[in-house]
Design a protein around this ligand. Structure first.
Ligand SMILES: *[C@@H]1O[C@H](CO)[C@@H](O)[C@H](O)[C@H]1NC(C)=O
Ligand SMILES: *[C@@H]1O[C@H](CO)[C@@H](O)[C@H](O)[C@H]1NC(C)=O
Ligand SMILES: *[C@@H]1O[C@H](CO)[C@@H](O)[C@H](O)[C@H]1NC(C)=O
Length: 342
């Protein structure tokens, strides 16, 4: 646990100083993100965890089994619209914006430069690039063994729209490690059976000599920008499980989370501003999420969401927690969204 906290702190420190400390004008896009740990049973929940971890950056909790249930099986990547790509199906059902990479559009020979450029573009646009990678001693599937979300990119603003071998991608390996590799690093890529990874990590390698797969996950569908950007922070579980790993509970009752909400830096909520927090619980039959692209907060109430009114005092918002906003069960799907009030 201690090392993970240190890694996260280091990343924030780096993000803060990157523009002045680099000789080249490298920009960093490193949003706040949690580092979570996936379940390993059931062939592994890497696709499900990639969704859960990214959803938290948007104020949404998605249990790993709940994601798998929506996908109708293990959550995997594939071509746009293909049956294999049920990660796309899950994001659609959950109401998130997404874009699917088409491996047939790869133009690179050897290093898949079109793919790397696409991931960079998605991250700059504010999405997480959920991608398939080979593992050392993995199953050595012809395509990929592991699915992970990439959140950050260090790049030169003069080549923002292009593949640039100097760019550095930042991702999490779904087992507690933040990985960071420059596109020109040969160890970033591997043919089948040839990936080598730092010890005790699952950071993987970009596949060479095979189709590449990825789906970029954005925020909740909100074309009218009604929602103030929130994130959800899990700080503990009632059964003592580590905050960063979802307790595996098969029997009732499941574990409940200690959690709080925080605004993203771009939310622009100032002391004295009034806002409402809405909580929308999704039922197993799919009913009960927030409506797509709402035009008015009253549509959230009509969809069955509960709301609480607040006035902004400070940026820490200690009261936006489980104490005020109710029990969050591990085996659930719950959306928290905030809207501005006059
Ligand atoms: C990631 O790479 C960038 C660019 O090379 C570097 O500035 C930064 O220190 C690295 N961050 C971490 C957490 O390793
Ligand atoms: C779905 O489940 C919710 C909660 O259990 C229930 O209120 C609702 O009527 C169900 N809807 C359908 C279409 O079955
Ligand atoms: C602001 O402070 C008032 C008075 O202490 C308190 O009742 C309210 O919950 C606080 N609201 C926020 C968002 O901190």
């Amino acid at each position: 646990m201690g090392t993970r906290v240190l890694a996260l702190l280091a990343l924030h420190a780096v993000a803060g100083m990157s523009s002045s400390a680099q000789a080249a004008p490298m920009k960093a896009v490193i949003p706040n993100f949690p580092i979570r740990t996936q379940w390993e049973h059931g062939h592994g929940y890497c696709g499900e965890l990639s969704i859960q971890q990214t959803a938290l950056t948007r104020g949404v909790w998605v249990g790993q089994q709940q994601a798998r249930n929506i996908g109708g099986g293990e959550v995997l990547l594939g071509r746009p619209g293909s049956n294999l790509n049920n990660l796309q199906k899950v994001l659609q059902a959950l109401g998130f914006d997404f874009v699917v990479w088409d491996p047939d559009s790869e133009a690179g020979q050897g290093i898949p430069t079109s793919y790397m450029r696409w991931m960079k573009q998605q991250i700059i646009a504010g999405r997480a690039a959920i991608f398939g990678a080979r593992l050392q001693d993995g199953e050595d599937d012809a395509w990929y063994d592991h699915i992970m979300p990439a959140y950050g990119i260090y790049y030169d603003s003069s080549t923002a729209g292009q593949y640039d071998a100097r760019d550095t991608l930042t991702w999490t390996d779904n087992y507690g490690t933040v990985a960071n590799k420059t596109m020109s690093d040969e160890s970033f890529y591997a043919e089948q059976y040839n990936c080598e990874m730092p010890q005790d990590t699952y950071s993987g390698c970009i596949p060479l000599g095979a189709d590449t797969f990825a789906t970029a996950m954005g925020g909740l569908l909100d074309a009218r920008k009604l929602f103030l950007p929130l994130r959800l922070i899990i700080t503990g579980w009632s059964n003592g499980a580590e905050a960063d790993s979802e307790p595996r509970v098969n029997a009732n009752p499941p574990a409940s989370a200690r959690y709080r909400l925080a605004f993203q830096p771009g939310a622009n909520v100032r002391p004295g501003n009034k806002f409402a927090v809405h909580r929308c619980d999704r039922a197993a039959n799919g009913s009960g999420g927030p409506p797509a692209n709402p035009t008015d907060a009253s549509q959230l109430a009509a969809a069955g969401c509960r709301s609480w009114d607040f006035t902004m005092n400070s940026s820490t918002l200690p009261q936006l927690s489980h104490r005020a906003l109710g029990v969050l069960w591990s085996n659930s799907i719950v959306y928290y969204v905030a809207t501005r009030q006059q």
